[in-house]
Write a protein that binds this ligand. Sequence first.
Ligand SMILES: *Cc1c(COP(=O)(O)O)cnc(C)c1O
Length: 458
Amino acid sequence: MDGFRALPSVDQFLLTDAGQALTAQHGRTATLLALRARLDAARAEIAAGADGADVAAGIAAAVAADLDAASRSGLRPVLNLTGTVLHTNLGRAILAEQAIRAASTAMAHPLALEFDLDGGARGQRDDHLRGLLCELTGAEDATIVNNNAAAVLIALNTLGQDREAIVSRGELIEIGGAFRMPDIMSRAGTKLVEVGTTNRTHPRDYEAAITPETGVILKVHTSNYRIEGFTAEVPAPRLSEIARKAGVPLLNDLGAGSLLDLSRIGLRREPTVAEAVAEGADLVTFSGDKLLGGPQAGFVVGRKDLIARINKNPLKRAIRLDKIRIAALEATLRLYRDPDTLLERLPTLRMLSRPQADIVAQAARLQPQVARIVAEWGFDAAICDCASQIGSGALPVDTIPSAGLRLTGTGGDAPDRLSARLRAAPVPVIGHIRDGALILDLRCLTSDQALLEALSAA
Ligand SMILES: *Cc1c(COP(=O)(O)O)cnc(C)c1O
């Protein structure tokens, strides 16, 4: 029982150099809490037979480690080596320098958010983005909300509350995070009218479903799946004709919604937002932090009279954007005005368009150094081909040729052990496990040094 005497009292510990240093760095309250917890654990260890002096010798380091871990933010940066460029769980788009500066200024200063500097009267916060959005999409007007889920919700609620919304059975999507189109429609107060079948929907299906109760026809981008084989969908221009003839608005939810023709960066062509507008949709909805490469936001662009109705909807106030994101969006949208510098300035498009040869060269450069680090843990590192994905429901079944490092070790749990170790690093390294190996896809790695430092500290 004498072993307990080796443990310092709380007061004694706080008076030591280590205790003073920890108090200065982390504050007295946090240090006390961490110390008490460690002393309790130490007493339990000694009671179980551990040597008192040994346990006491480890107290200061253990308290310091606990305090360091607790003071590290859960939101600290990670290295996204998953191969998914727009990873929803890792925060989707990385912002451009210009957007970061604009957001940072908006955080630090008062600004004319809803204040007309010319006339001194009250302005609208959306005005800062409206002109740019109309210019880049060809739409008559635009409104901006918290995210695309909110954009769809408010558009449906405005056009279809207590009325019917017609949608193809092949487009009743569920996106991750409990966004299910039928649920959103019900919360928007619209009655869902399903037409067609899972694989085939025809113009006559829509036409037959239109009644005096129809408030809106909805077209949804099937973001995270593709129906293949014996299929038919009604193209937007044809659907727009049907809607116009019936005097019913057509809402096209694009989801990722690119402002740039993706074939320019070697990806599959999809209608851009401007094309969706030109194809005759009355309203088009899309995200700010998917292919657009900005902060989280949702846009509704289209007919002026319909946008005016959305802006009058009381929901608008509940889902409007804050000044920080408006500033970041304005700077992001401005980049699209200069297509020649866009790919180099906008990280999302820069990463998506990065040539495989460039990534292979990076993998070859890093392999010997990474191999040396992981060898100490009993792992090997080899160069491998990878298949990156865009993520966030853009071109779901397409992959982009990439390259990376394949880390292997002995034992069936080797990839899981390594993955856990890298996740626990001060700068966590996030890869993905495939075929018994941990794969680090280097598409999104902008600095070799960052990976080497993160691995060395893991
Ligand atoms: C991603 C997506 C949404 C939701 O957008 P958020 O910006 O994540 O809210 C809605 N509809 C479609 C078709 C999508 O792909």
